[in-house]
Design a protein around this ligand. Structure first.
Ligand code: ADP
Length: 472
């Protein structure tokens, strides 16, 4: 069954990113245009007003110097020179009646505003008006101002050239913007596709993995960006899953193997007893052997359960206050007879009591496993020495033997579940002792390390914090 579902383009991240990008670009450009447009419009208006006011000043000076007729003449000539469609002048008496003007044939629509005159007479300061001439679709800026105590000048200027400029500006803006929006959407789409291509690679790999190929990895482009980090993390997760799966497979193979041997032996003994056993003694021997094999099986199963429980965290441990030095000393005392039987000297170098908080049973089990191994893998005539040291926060326990040692190939693997070195297969054991010991040390917030040279001996070093890590 195909895992790929048809993707609706509108639902894609790239599409939405492009839309946002183009949208933000358009809105910000329009805001910038509006601001610019308002600024230009008010600048143009101010300039026009300045020009109209300077006309008024000129006319009032001329009026004072040369009289009404001269001013009227100048107005006619000046309107003619500037262009009759551009400027007009009207001279009004205080009641708003026009008594003279420049050529007004083009400006018939521009009436005399009573309101403006009243306002002018009330306030005596110039009054501006903007009049829209609908037929010609143009605007005229008009100023009313006193040029003498009895004469009002109405001067008007067409805003047409400015409106043309603003219209051209609007046109250029709209054309450029349309082009830029298309360009921005294109660039946005390209960038978004580039950004999400890494995510797509992760998705494709995940799809292949769901199809059953755990060997696939996401290509890392070494750009150092977030997508690379995602790909690296995803690949690391896959490595971890693959390692775990391999470990689980190895462990289940080992469990199957280690369960099969005792069960085969139990079955063999029972079969032989049934076919050849005649006496009660034969049946008693069979029962004893069965119990022995079952004990081995139970021991293995219990150890596995204990490793799992211990690995699940420090909250599984009891907080006993103990003298760790005394505990190690007692453990050594228990192993002394075994060591003596094998002709091995077991010595201790433990200076003084060491206060420690931890799970007494677990720690006992850990020390016993390490001592048991040291004696088991040391031949007769060898020695096992136990050292203890402490600082303010940690305790170090070293168990050193002069036994068969561990090869550099095996050394990194001895803490794995069920791992047994080839040369020790002749000894009893199921390969769980060191796994449990390390799980116990780690649950206490510490660890175990191993140093060894083949045929020279091994040293297992346990480092434990003096009290258990706090459980959150
Ligand atoms: P086992 O039940 O086989 O002793 P362990 O987990 O305790 O299992 O140890 C795993 C393997 O590590 C052993 O089979 C042995 O090969 C090796 N080993 C452990 N301790 C020692 C030691 N002190 N000297 C040499 N080899 C050791």
């Amino acid at each position: 069954m195909s895992l790929k579902k048809p993707i609706n383009l509108r639902n894609t991240l790239a599409f939405r990113l492009t839309l946002w990008y183009a949208g933000i670009f358009t809105v910000s450009s329009c805001v910038a245009f509006l601001l610019f447009y308002t600024l230009i419009t008010s600048f143009i208006r101010e300039r026009t007003d300045q020009e109209l006011l300077s006309q008024v000043n000129r006319f009032s000076t001329l009026l004072a110097a040369e009289g009404v007729e001269a001013v009227e003449g100048v107005a006619v000539v000046e309107a003619q020179a500037a262009g009759v469609k551009k400027v007009f002048f009207r001279f009004l008496s205080l009641n708003g009646q026009a008594f003279s003007s420049s050529n007004m044939s083009y400006w018939k629509d521009i009436l005399i505003s009573e309101t403006a005159i009243k306002e002018l007479l009330r306030g005596n300061s110039p009054v501006f008006e903007t009049i829209a001439v609908r037929d010609r679709n143009e605007e005229v800026r008009v100023l009313y101002a006193m040029i003498s105590p009895s004469i009002i000048l109405q001067v008007g200027q067409a805003m047409e050239s400015y409106s043309r400029f603003l219209d051209a500006f609007k046109g250029i803006f709209i054309t450029t913007m349309s082009f830029l929006i298309v360009l921005a959407a294109g660039v946005g789409w390209f960038m978004a596709r580039r950004a999400v291509s890494g995510v797509e690679a992760v998705t494709r790999t995940a799809q292949k993995i769901s199809g059953g190929t755990l060997d696939e990895r996401v290509p890392v482009k070494a750009r150092g960006d977030e997508i690379d980090q995602l790909a690296t993390t995803f690949n690391q997760m896959l490595d971890r899953i693959q390692t775990l799966l391999t470990e689980i497979k190895e462990i289940s193979d080992n469990i199957a193997h280690d369960l099969r041997s005792p069960i085969t032996r139990i079955r063999g003994i029972a079969e032989v007893t049934l076919t050849t056993g005649k006496s009660l003694n034969d049946y008693e021997n069979m029962a004893a052997s069965t119990i022995e094999e079952c004990d081995r099986l139970l021991d293995m199963i219990n150890t596995m359960l204990m490793i799992s429980k211990t690995e699940s965290g420090a909250d599984q441990l009891s907080h006993d206050e103990i003298d760790l030095a005394a505990l190690v000393r007692e453990a050594c005392e228990l192993f002394k007879p075994t060591a003596e039987d094998k002709g091995i000297s077991l010595s201790l170098d433990i200076p003084k009591p060491i206060h420690f908080i931890g799970d007494i049973q677990m720690v006992q089990r850990m020390i016993s496993n390490l001592l048991d191994n040291a004696i088991k893998y040391t031949p007769s005539g060898g020695s096992v020495t136990v050292f203890m040291n402490e600082n303010d926060t940690q305790v170090v326990i070293s168990i050193k033997d002069t036994g068969c040692g561990i090869s550099s190939k095996d050394l990194p693997r001895v803490f794995e579940r069920f791992y047994r070195c080839d040369q020790s297969r002749s000894q009893s054991g199921i390969g769980l002792g060191l796994s449990l010991a390390r799980a116990i040390a780690r649950a206490h917030g510490g660890d175990i390390t191993a140093d060894s040279l083949p045929n020279q001996g091994s040293t297992f070093t346990v480092i434990l914090p003096k009290s258990l890590p706090s459980v959150s």
